[in-house]
Structure formats: C-alpha cells, structure tokens
Design a binder for this molecule. Structure first.
Ligand code: SAH
Length: 213
C-alpha cells in the first residue's frame, strides 16, 4: 500500500492544522508511509489521524501526536536517540530520518521482529531494535541526546533521566493509565531538569518486565 498524492496532501494538511509546523518533522512524515506499519483490517485507515490497533494489544499512535512529539524532541542530525516503545516501528522510522542513530526497544519480541522487517524493507539502516524492558533504559548505549517514551509512566523513570546527556531532551507521557496523561518535555541542564507540560494525551501504559509474545 502506498500513499496516493491526494491522501498524502490531506495527511500533511491535517498534521499542520493540529500544530505540526516544523519543516523537518513534516518532511520525515511525508517520506515515511504509515500504511506499511498498519497491518490487516485497519490498513485502509492508516492515513486517518487516529491511533490504530497493532499486535500484542498495543496501538500505533495518532499521527498528529507522533508529529507533536517529534517536533518537541528537536532532534539534531548528529543525535543518538532512544525510543522506549517500538510498537509498529512508525515513530522510530520517522526519528531515523532526523537522527544519526536510533535505538528502539519494546517488551514484546514479536513487535520488535515485525518492526525490524519493515525497517529492512524500507532500507533503513540506522535503527537498532531490541526486545528489552525499556523502563531501565539502555545503559550500554547511554548517554543519549534525546529520549522518547511512547508509553505512559506515573513519573519519568529515574534510569531514563540518568541516561540523558546534559542539554538533552526527553519527551514522554506521564500519568495514570486510562485517565488523563500529560505529555512532558524534560530538558537536562547543568544543574538539574526543567519540565514543560505540552498537552494532554492518552497512551498505553509503560509496563515493567517482558511481554509474553
Ligand atoms: N511508538 C509506537 C507506538 C507505541 S505503543 C509506534 O510508533 O507504533 C507503546 C509500546 O510501548 C507498546 O508496543 C508496548 O509494548 C511498549 N512498552 C510498554 N512498556 C514497555 C517497557 N517497559 N519497555 C519497553 N516497551 C514497553
């Protein structure tokens, strides 16, 4: 399935109208076809601005939320980025267009394997996908310039804060699952952390331990 020009124009128009205005983010989202990350019944709805179900009871995020998170992360071309919550791989593929290297992790091996197949089919070579519990981050590759968490924790996980470089940015949803969560931008300064609340969102929860599939 490929995006026809009309669907693509509508897709980009919706992103802009929902506040995704950063040129590099829009370019990356124009290039990465969401249709290849959505399988089965819902594939025909890939260009709607809605979260959709994927395997293992998880969801691919709403495109405008992906855009707003990507834009808030302000990724630079030399950056090493960690994403916690690979899911379909869509967000990681967008980050791969903006960063030097992306590490993406998920607690479901099945999701990591399927995402890796899509990265391979698209010829994306700067993503390393791993099946681990991302609540402890990825100590072997730390520190990171940018960290994006796409599942909601009650608070920013300590190990992730510790793995952020000085001057680095982490974007994550925080709050109880199934209630209102806030998208937060954390910037690590010389002396501590600055917190900025961006908007309310709804994500699946960050769950400790490995998944069964
Ligand atoms: N970014 C994804 C959407 C992620 S949905 C995309 O673009 O499609 C959230 C994902 O976080 C789910 O796949 C879930 O399995 C994963 N997740 C939840 N808790 C986790 C944890 N502790 N470590 C790693 N991944 C986790």
């Amino acid at each position: 399935m490929t995006m026809n020009p009309e669907a693509q124009m509508q897709f980009l128009y919706t992103l802009r109208s929902k506040g995704v205005t950063d040129g590099r983010t829009l370019q990356a989202m124009e290039k990465i076809d969401r249709g290849v990350f959505v399988k089965g019944l819902f594939a025909t709805r890939a260009y709607e601005d809605m979260p959709l179900p994927i395997a293992c009871g998880q969801t691919i995020s709403q495109p405008s939320v992906v855009g707003l998170m990507t834009q808030a992360l302000n990724v630079q071309p030399r950056d090493k980025v960690l994403e916690v919550g690979t899911g379909s791989g869509y967000q990681a593929a967008i980050l791969s267009q903006l960063a030097r290297r992306v590490y993406t992790v998920d607690r479901y091996l099945r999701l990591v394997r399927e995402a890796q197949l899509v990265f391979d089919s698209l010829g994306i070579v700067n993503i390393t996908a791993m099946a681990i519990d991302g609540s402890y981050g990825l100590p072997d590759q730390a520190p990171f310039d940018r960290i994006l968490v796409t599942a909601a924790a009650e608070d920013p996980p300590g190990p992730l804060l510790a793995q952020l470089k000085t001057g680095g940015i982490m974007v994550l949803p925080v709050g109880q699952s199934d209630t209102v969560q806030s998208l937060i931008k954390v910037t690590r300064t010389e002396t501590g952390f600055d917190y900025e609340e961006l908007r309310s969102v709804r994500f699946v929860p960050l769950v400790e331990g490995m998944g069964q599939e």
